[in-house]
Design a binder for this molecule. Structure first.
Ligand SMILES: [Cu+2]
Length: 133
């Protein structure tokens, strides 16, 4: 009886580990569980910046938040969620200070250094992290 239960448990564990592997290979994931930006036909890594609920709190949200060096990144602000100073986006290490509006809600830059970079609004109230790999 005991061996039967053990056998069933082993089979269940085996199936669980298999399904874990297949879901991982379907998406390109990094350590944060976030997907890496794909490159558009016109050569940009498209990422979206919005303001919304991130975990328990409201903050900036980058989707996806991981990009690669050497390929231009196009940040598109989800302008309906960005009000006031949240429309002024600062990435200090990259010398970026961009104002997003209804007329121009994108900016581009090419990351050259790998690492984690703070993306914040002009007053630092909203922050998130851009991962460059
Ligand atoms: Cu602010």
């Amino acid at each position: 009886m005991k061996t039967k239960i053990f056998l069933i448990l082993t089979i269940v564990m085996f199936i669980l580990s298999l399904s874990a592997c297949t879901t991982q290979s379907n998406t390109q994931e990094n350590i944060t569980g976030d997907t890496v930006a794909t490159v558009s036909e016109d050569g940009y890594q498209d990422i979206t910046l919005s303001y919304g609920k991130s975990g328990r709190f409201y903050n900036y949200i980058l989707t996806p938040s991981t990009v690669q060096t050497g390929i231009p990144v196009r940040v598109t602000g989800d302008i309906s969620t960005l009000n006031g100073c949240y429309r002024t986006v600062v990435i200090q290490e990259y010398d970026i200070r961009e104002y997003l509006s209804d007329f121009d809600n994108t900016f581009e830059f090419t990351p050259q250094e790998t690492g984690d970079f703070v993306v914040s609004c002009s007053m630092g109230m909203a922050t998130t992290t851009l991962h460059v790999i």
